[in-house]
Design a protein around this ligand. Sequence first.
Ligand SMILES: [Mg+2]
Length: 342
Amino acid sequence: MHKPVAELALIEQIRSGSRGGARFPCVALGIGDDCAILRPPRGHEVLVTTDFTLEGRHFRRDWHPPQSVGHRALARGLSDLAAMGARPQAAFLSLALPAEMLGTRAGRLWVTRFFEGLRYLAGLHNCPLAGGDTAESPADLVLADIVLVGTAPAGRALRRSAARPGDALYVTGALGGAAAELGILSRTGKPGRRVHRVSMLRTGPVPPNPQLYPWPRIEVGLALLRRHLATAAIDLSDGFSTDLTHICRESGVGAEVLAAALPIHPLAAKLPQQAIRLALHGGEDYELLFTAPASVTMPRSVASVPITRIGQITRGSALVLIDATGRRSPLRPGGWEHFTSA
Ligand SMILES: [Mg+2]
């Protein structure tokens, strides 16, 4: 079936700015042929992750600006690479758009801005869009699927299964901000604070708009791997409690978490009654949760991102939350359950 003219124009839009293979040594052939050709560095393994970005489930067009939707689509995949200490090498995007969007000026502007957000974050991480597909959406919904390819030195990628009893438990950045900002969006239809392009930049310890423009911790993941600072790691997409459960199940261990030690994002801290709940169960913070042997001297920050010790790995399988008074209670996974667990 021939593609409609509007779709061909869209493909051209994807292609523009995606050339320049010389800057991306891993991409031997990018957009323009039937397949992309990738050439991983010698002695490295290839890591692949795929993530849906579905309107109504992962974003709302009336809450999330188009730049944010593009940014978040890529950030989800980049964060998975960060969790394993991988370097991003190429992204592939399949995008289904409602017919009315391709047929109107406002719709085409939305798509242009979507790519603006995606490209900006891709540029920060030197990760080219090396292929993709477009189609007319069967519903009035924007549906995207992104594939991220990264590389890591053979046998060195950080895994969920490597936590051991006695290891210390750490998180990067701050927690609860994405859920706090989502709460503000749902109540007011507006972001928690003025959204500025600086939100998309990485200048500061935590993202100012964590729901709209999360900062995948690529540099932290690379440094943890390079400096042998972590045993197991995962990115916080579903929520701290759920993602900690993933690490513990995969490693066959339990964990104790100190509630008072959890770093709270400023947007969550404005809601003192809910702050701990947002930090534990909120989801979509895209920070890293990782373990390291107690003998490792952990720096206060890695790649300019604050690192906080929040508990330890224990024998058995119990997840325990310890409050400021020392009272212990079971910590149950309460984060979001997405369709995919990657
Ligand atoms: Mg993940």
